[in-house]
Design a binder for this molecule. Structure first.
Ligand code: NAP
Length: 283
């Protein structure tokens, strides 16, 4: 893609360590181009020790804002002037907006996931959902699903981490109790058999371990929709098995597109050109 720069070009950054593999530059630059905005999205390899200076540079260089990826999403919080409710609850910021020198932190992952889910399936409101995993992505996913009115249970390899996430839900949602269980348990099997939606937030099945699957395939049933947060490979072993059974399926590319679309909207105040963003993902 050709990006033309002028003396007035505004910069949006991506801070990570490393950032080389990210698809966000292609996606966001396509979005700026589609909207005719004189903005450019540039990845920066920011060593963890240099995060404070890099964040300060958002102000000093007059950048529009940045995205954050591993390992900066948690550590950046103390460097910001404010963080929104989603970011505070999940303890992670993926988007900074520079409002006249005031740095605002947001997490767009959870709402990005909900938009992706509605696009691929339907609203999770009133639906029974089992979330597999208890890491950062699971946390954003569980919180967003609860806010959307879903009935959520968590299954994770390490039960203590599932219980910690359930405890965080209890604290943030006025004493709401949700079930925490291990992946290969009778409880998980039963919950999935009775669920409308399963969301894989574990890294099981991700490249290069593409032959792995997070749950036994006989937990699945044809009425289930299966959303896998993984998008490399495009079709995980879990999604392939679910598809064979007749389930509706979607991979994590939708969440990546929609978390980026919400960030675009925060930086520019304009509706995101979602189709142009999807196009870069399909390429
Ligand atoms: P994380 O915080 O490291 O959590 C990893 C999770 O996977 C934990 O629940 C862990 O269980 C589980 N796990 C790892 N290896 C396992 C194994 N062999 N068997 C069973 N469970 C295992 O990672 P994360 O940041 O949440 O990312 C999770 C996945 O989401 C990754 O595949 C990542 O690519 C994907 N992701 C997608 C998007 C998107 O935009 N679609 C964004 C971010 C991440 P334990 O607690 O037992 O260790």
């Amino acid at each position: 893609m050709n990006v033309s720069l002028s003396g007035a070009t505004r910069v949006v950054g991506l801070f990570g360590y490393p950032v080389g593999h990210s698809r966000s530059p292609a996606m966001q630059n396509a979005a700026f181009q589609a909207r005719g905005l004189d903005c450019v999205y540039v990845p920066f390899n920011v060593h963890p020790e240099q995060l404070p200076e890099a964040v300060e540079a958002i102000r000093s260089l007059g950048m529009v804002g940045v995205n954050l990826t591993i390992p900066h999403k948690q550590n950046v919080i103390e460097l910001l002037d404010m963080v929104n409710e989603d970011a505070r609850q999940i303890g992670s910021v993926n988007t900074i907006v520079n409002v006249g020198g005031v740095l605002e932190g947001y997490s767009t992952d959870g709402q990005g996931f909900i938009r992706a889910l509605k696009e691929a399936w339907k609203s999770p409101e009133g639906r029974k959902v089992v979330v597999l995993g208890a890491g950062g992505t699971a946390r954003a996913t569980v919180f967003a699903l609860i806010k959307s009115g879903a009935e959520v249970a968590i299954a994770n390899r390490t039960i203590s981490r599932a219980e910690e996430l359930a405890e965080a839900v209890y604290k943030n949602f006025a004493g709401l109790r949700i079930t925490a269980m291990t992946l290969e348990s009778a409880a998980a099997r039963y919950s999935i058999k009775n669920a409308d939606l399963v969301v894989n937030c574990t890294s099981v099945g991700m490249f290069p371990n593409v032959d792995a699957q997070p749950i036994p395939m006989d937990y699945l049933h044809p009425k289930l929709f299966v959303y896998d947060q993984i998008y490399n490979p495009w079709e995980t072993r879990l999604l392939a098995a679910a598809k064979r059974l007749g389930c509706g399926v979607a991979n994590g590319a939708g969440m990546l597109v929609h978390q980026g679309a919400i960030a675009f909207e925060l930086w520019t105040g304009q509706t995101a050109p979602v189709e142009a963003m999807w196009e870069t993902m399909r390429e």
